[in-house]
Design a protein around this ligand. Structure first.
Ligand code: NDP
Length: 281
C-alpha cells in the first residue's frame, strides 16, 4: 500500500512539536506513514483544505490561526468542536467529505487529571483567563465536563462576555481587573492568553486570592514553567503545564489519523522536553 500521509497545518508551523511526537510514534509502531508540517498562507486555509478533499492526505491537526477556518470547511463536526467553535483535527474521507473534531479540551482535562490528580476540577467553579480560540475551547471543555460554573476573565471584557454568552447559564464573564472575584472559591485557573510566551513578562493576576488547593494551569509551554506557573508554585498551588495538554491531545489525534493507539513505549513528553531545552524540570 501507499505511505499514509497526515500532518499539521499552522502559520507559523515550524515551531510545532506535533511532527516530533507523531513521527516518534510512527517509527516505534513500525507504520508506513509520515506526519508533515504544512504552512498555508494566513488567508488561504480554505483553498488549501479544499484542495486536499478526497485526496491522499488522511487528515490534519490544526493550529493557529486556522482552527476556526478548519471547522468552517467541514461537512460534519463533533459536538465538542461545535461548542468550542474551532477544530484542531480534520479527517479527509475518501468520499470527499471532511470531518472536524476538537481534542484540545480532552487534552486539557487529562492534563489536570495527570498532573493535579488530587483536584476534582469539574466539581466547583473554574476560571479561564483569555478570550481567544484557546480560551473558548477550554471554557467549552469545562462546561461540557459538567463544571457548575465557568468564569471567563479577559482584558477586553466584551470578548469574555461573548464566550460566556455562547456557553449559556453555566458561564459568567469578568474583566481582568476583577480577577480576584473570579478566583474566589475556584477549583482551577487556566491561563489561556498568549501572555507569558518566551520573552514576555507574563500575566500578572492575584493568584493568592485562589483557594490553597486550586490547580493552576498555563496553556503556554515555552518556557515550560512560565512566570505565571512560577508564581503558582511559589504559592504552593498544584500546577499543570501546557506541554502535558499538547501531548495528551496528540494521543486521540494519532488514533484518528493512523487508526491505532500510539505505542506506549515512547515517552512523548520527554522527547518534547529535550526539544524545548527544558529537560531539567
Ligand atoms: P489569541 O491570540 O487568540 O488570544 C489572545 C488572548 O490573550 C486574548 O484574550 C488577549 O486579550 C490575551 N492577551 C494577550 N496578551 C495579553 C496581556 N499582555 N495581558 C492580558 N491579556 C493578554 O490566542 P489563542 O487563544 O489562539 O492561544 C492562546 C495561547 O494558548 C497561545 O500561547 C497558544 O500557544 C496556547 N495554546 C496551547 C495549547 C496547548 O496544547 N498547550 C493549545 C492551544 C493554544 P484581549 O482580548 O484583551 O486582547
Amino acid at each position: 500500500g501507499a505511505t499514509r500521509v497526515a500532518g499539521i497545518a499552522g502559520n507559523p508551523v515550524i515551531h510545532s512539536l506535533s511532527p516530533l511526537i507523531h513521527n516518534a510514534w510512527i517509527e516505534a509502531a513500525g507504520l508506513d506513514a509520515v506526519y508533515v508540517p504544512f504552512a498555508p498562507q494566513a488567508d488561504d486555509f480554505v483553498r488549501f483544505a479544499e484542495g486536499l478533499r478526497g485526496g491522499s492526505v488522511r487528515g490534519l491537526n490544526i493550529t493557529m490561526p486556522f482552527k476556526e477556518a478548519a471547522l468552517s470547511v467541514a461537512n460534519q463536526a463533533s459536538q465538542r468542536a461545535t461548542l468550542a467553535g474551532a477544530a484542531n483535527l480534520i479527517v479527509f474521507n475518501a468520499d470527499g467529505t471532511i470531518v472536524a473534531d476538537n481534542v484540545d479540551g480532552l487534552g486539557l482535562l487529562e492534563a489536570f487529571a495527570a498532573q493535579a490528580p488530587g483536584v476534582d476540577v469539574t466539581s466547583g467553579p473554574v476560571v479561564v483567563i483569555g478570550a481567544g480560540g484557546a480560551a473558548r475551547g477550554a471554557a467549552a471543555a469545562f462546561a461540557q465536563a459538567g463544571c457548575p460554573e465557568v468564569r471567563v476573565v479577559n482584558r477586553t471584557l466584551a470578548r469574555a462576555e461573548m464566550i460566556a454568552g455562547a456557553l449559556g447559564e453555566q458561564a459568567r464573564a469578568f474583566a481582568l481587573s476583577d480577577c480576584e472575584k473570579a478566583f474566589d472559591g475556584a477549583r482551577a485557573v487556566v491561563n489561556a492568553t498568549s501572555a507569558g510566551l518566551a520573552g514576555q513578562e507574563g500575566l500578572s493576576v492575584p493568584l493568592e486570592a485562589t483557594p490553597v488547593d486550586c490547580a493552576v494551569m498555563d496553556m503556554v509551554y515555552k518556557p515550560l514553567i512560565t512566570p505565571f506557573l512560577q508564581r503558582a508554585q511559589a504559592l504552593r498551588r498544584p500546577t499543570v503545564d501546557g506541554l502535558e495538554m499538547l501531548v495528551r491531545q496528540a494521543i486521540p489525534s494519532f488514533e484518528a489519523l493512523f487508526g491505532a493507539p500510539p505505542p506506549a513505549s515512547v515517552d512523548a513528553r520527554a522527547i518534547c522536553l529535550e526539544a524545548i531545552g527544558a529537560a531539567a524540570e
